[in-house]
Design a protein around this ligand. Structure first.
Ligand SMILES: Nc1ncnc2c1ncn2[C@@H]1O[C@H](COP(=O)(O)OP(=O)(O)OP(=O)(O)O)[C@@H](O)[C@H]1O
Length: 303
């Protein structure tokens, strides 16, 4: 099957800032892909290349097999950027009709309102909506043209729990009907709720691109810290260890099951002190994802 989106070795700078540094990504019809990464990672820039708003300095981007800079390539695309403006004096229903007027077979007002649980707001002027209500409407509008590909940049920022869940339900349902969705998020929870495939972006590069369950296995990792004279290789051989860093006698490990690790550490007779166990941060999980699979990584850290 041909990819809907094909990004090949793309670089994009803004002055001295390297926003994307050799990114390649294929997205196939029916996928729902979460782009996850910290501020400034390059997610929005990647979306702007896919939707044709910007062009890469080098590399290629194809959308539905064509150049995304050409309007004809964007025919099946629906998108909601990070920030949107709505005409303040129009009512919600009027905005939906107005946007729908640009498409040959738009989603009807009622259908859209029902999908996004916005029916109560139909006669309200958009200028009087709360920030969260505006955001829900803005995301809803990306579906008016019944797009086969939807690009959403941080769709639920500013939404309360119920608003977020309503939006997730709407997107999941739309995806189940056969569409492809690419969304960015800072929130692991959001990606977990929606995406089947997770692309971790950091520093303009793709750090990981894998099934959600495999990414989560890393996020469930625990960080263990202890002081010991034992060799790093000995510790790396203990069960569930995925990464080892040493700094003199201070050793930090990423483990997937801290209980099992500690049991085996004690049973091995290794002398240690100052044992601490805590959840690995997302950043650590991302870093562990970049390591080679199989044998744990061992790294000496300069004191
Ligand atoms: N128009 C621009 N001019 C200058 N620098 C830019 C521009 N757009 C993006 N950048 C820089 O490129 C890098 C990537 O930014 P980008 O917006 O793609 O990141 P992001 O992952 O979407 O971040 P966020 O999660 O904060 O939205 C950042 O360092 C950003 O400051």
């Amino acid at each position: 099957m041909e990819p809907i989106v094909s990004v090949r070795d793309v670089r994009r700078n803004f002055g001295d800032v390297v926003a994307l540094d050799g990114v390649s990504l294929d997205v196939h019809p029916g996928e729902i892909v979460g782009l996850l990464g910290p501020n400034g990672a390059g997610k929005t820039t990647l979306l702007s290349l896919i939707n044709g708003l910007r062009k890469p300095d080098s590399g290629t981007v194809r959308l539905f097999g064509g150049d995304p800079r050409k309007a004809s390539s964007r025919f099946g695309l629906g998108t909601t950027p990070q920030e949107t403006g709505l005409p303040a004096t129009l009512k919600v229903g009027e905005v939906i009709d107005f946007v729908g007027g640009h498409y040959s077979d738009p989603m009807g007002r009622d259908e859209l309102l029902d999908r996004f649980e916005l029916r109560d707001l139909v006669t309200r002027q958009t200028g009087g909506l709360s920030g969260g209500q505006k955001r829900r409407l803005a995301v809803a509008l990306s579906l008016v043209g019944r797009p086969s590909l939807v690009l959403l940049d941080e769709p639920t920022t500013g939404l309360d729990v119920e608003g977020r869940r309503a939006l997730w339900r709407a997107l999941r349902d739309y995806h189940a009907e056969g569409s492809t969705i690419i969304l960015t998020s800072h929130y692991l929870e959001e990606v977990e709720a929606l995406a089947e495939r997770v692309v971790v972006v950091g520093g303009g590069r793709i750090l990981a691109d894998d099934r959600l369950d495999r990414v989560l296995a890393h996020v469930n990792a625990r960080r263990v810290s202890l002081h010991t004279g034992a060799a790093a290789a000995e510790l790396a051989a203990l069960p569930t260890v995925t990464a080892v860093q040493t700094d003199g006698d201070h050793v930090r490990l990423l483990v997937s099951d801290s209980d099992a690790f500690v049991r085996h550490l004690v049973a091995s007779g290794t002398e240690f002190s100052g044992l601490e166990v805590r959840g690995a941060s997302l950043e650590e999980a991302f870093l562990s994802l970049t390591g080679t699979t199989g044998a744990p990584e061992t790294e000496e850290v300069a004191a």
